[in-house]
Design a protein around this ligand. Sequence first.
Ligand SMILES: NC(=O)C1=CN([C@@H]2O[C@H](COP(=O)(O)OP(=O)(O)OC[C@H]3O[C@@H](n4cnc5c(N)ncnc54)[C@H](OP(=O)(O)O)[C@@H]3O)[C@@H](O)[C@H]2O)C=CC1
Ligand SMILES: O=C(O)CCC(=O)C(=O)O
Ligand SMILES: [Mg+2]
Length: 442
Amino acid sequence: MAEPVLNPPEGGAKITIQNGVLSVPDNPIIPFIEGDGTGPDIWRASVRVLDAAVARAYGGKRKIHWMEIFAGEKANNQFGTWLPDASVQACRDYLVSIKGPLTTPVGGGIRSLNVALRQMLDLYVCLRPVRWFKGVPSPVKRPDLVDMVIFRENCEDIYAGIEWAAGTPEAQKVLDFLAREFPQVAGKIRFGSQEKTNGWLKALEGIGGPHRELPVQVGLGIKPVSYLGTERLVHSAIGYAIANKRKSVTLVHKGNIMKYTEGAFADWGYKVARDYYGAVELDGGPWHIIPEGKPGAGLVIKDAIADAFLQQILLRPAEYDVSATLNLNGDYLSDALAAQVGGIGIAPGANINYVTGHAVFEATHGTAPKYANQDKVNPGSVILSGEMMLRYMGWNEAADAIIHAMDVAIGNKTVTYDFARLMEGAKEVKCSQFADELIKAM
Ligand SMILES: NC(=O)C1=CN([C@@H]2O[C@H](COP(=O)(O)OP(=O)(O)OC[C@H]3O[C@@H](n4cnc5c(N)ncnc54)[C@H](OP(=O)(O)O)[C@@H]3O)[C@@H](O)[C@H]2O)C=CC1
Ligand SMILES: O=C(O)CCC(=O)C(=O)O
Ligand SMILES: [Mg+2]
C-alpha cells in the first residue's frame, strides 16, 4: 500500500517561527489526526466548535485551513502503516497540529503512536492544565480549589521504550551483562538466574506445589532521566509560573526510592531554579524562593514525593499550583487531577517544544473504545485542547469564546452522559449536540 500524499488546502499558509517567536498567518494550515475509537465522533464535534469560535472572534478575517493527516487504525487500514512518515513530516512542517486519541495495545503489539510522535518531534513538555468549571459534578467537596498546571516530561523516563521481554535472548543478554559487569546489581534481581529460579520452585514443592521446570523469566526495562531533559522541563515550568503569576512550582518525584533518576530530577530541578532564576534556599532548604528584585520574586519552588503528593492534592489542593514531574508520574497525576474536576472528558493537553515551536495538542483521555461511533462522549477535552492551541497561536479572543461557551453550556446543565449521570436536573445531550450548545452560547 502506498504512503499517503497530503494535499495542503488551497488558500492556507504555514505557521512559522522566527527567533523563537511564532508567526501565525490569518489563514493557517493546521494538520489534524482524527484518532481511533471515539476520536472521529469527538473530532467532528470539536472542529465545528473551533471554527465557530474563530468566526465569532474575527468575523471571517481569520480562518483555520484544516489538513487531515493519518495515524492509527485509519492509517493502517488505508496505507498499511500506523504512523506514516508524511504525517510526522506534516507536524514538523506546519509546526502546530491537533490530534484525537490513538489506541495502544497492552502487553505486545505496536508501541504507543502518541509517545512516538512526542519523541520524534522532541515535544519535551506535556502541558496539562487542570481547572474546574462552575457546576461540573465532582467527587470532592471543593473542586473550585483545584487550579493546577502539570508540566510532565514527555520524552524520557520509562516511556523511552527500552524494554526486553521475559524469556527472550535479548533479556538474557542483559542479565548476562549485569551478572558479568555489575554482579551486586544482578544479585538484586530476584529470579534473574536459573539457580534462583530453581531454588524457588524447589521451595514451592516443599509446601506441596507441583514439580515444574521453568526457564529464567524476567522482563527488564530502563528508566533514563537526564540532566538536560530535566533542565528544559523545569525551566519551562518555572518560566510558565512566572509569566502567569503563579505561586509555586512543585517538583513531584519518587526520589526516596529511585535516587538517581527521580531523586536527581528533584535535585536538578532546584539547580535550574538557582541557575536560571536566581532562586535561593528557603529557611535552610530544600525549598527555594525567587528573591526580591528578580523576575518572579516570591515564587516558591518546592518538592513532594509522588505518593504523598497524590493525597495532598485531594486534601489540600489550594496549596499546589504548577507542578513539574517525570513522564510516568505525570501520566498518573493528570488523570487523577482530572477526576477531581469532573473527569478526563474535559481534560485538555498540549505537547510542546518551546525552542522549535512544534506543538501537538491532544486530550488527556484515550480512545474510550466502548463508546466508539455512538456520538456519546464528551468532546470537551479536545475542544479545550483546541482552546489551548488557539491561545498558543495568540488567537486569545477565539480561545475566550470557547471558555465562555463552556461556562454557559455547563451552567445550563446541558451536558454529555459523563456529567449528566452525576448532576441533578441535567439534560443529557450527545457529543454533537454538546458542540451545538457551545456554538449557540458563543
Ligand atoms: N493520548 C492518547 O491518544 C491516549 C491514548 N490512550 C489509549 O486509549 C485506549 C483506551 O484506554 P483506556 O484506559 O480505556 O482510557 P480512556 O481514557 O480511553 O477511557 C477510560 C474511561 O474514561 C472515560 N472517558 C474517556 N474519554 C472520555 C470522554 N471523551 N468523555 C467522557 N468520558 C471519557 C470513560 O469512563 P466511563 O467508562 O466511566 O464512562 C472511559 O471508559 C488505550 O489503547 C490507551 O492506550 C490512553 C490515553 C491517552
Ligand atoms: O499512548 C497511550 O496509549 C497512552 C498515553 C497516555 O496515557 C497519556 O498520554 O496520558
Ligand atoms: Mg494517560
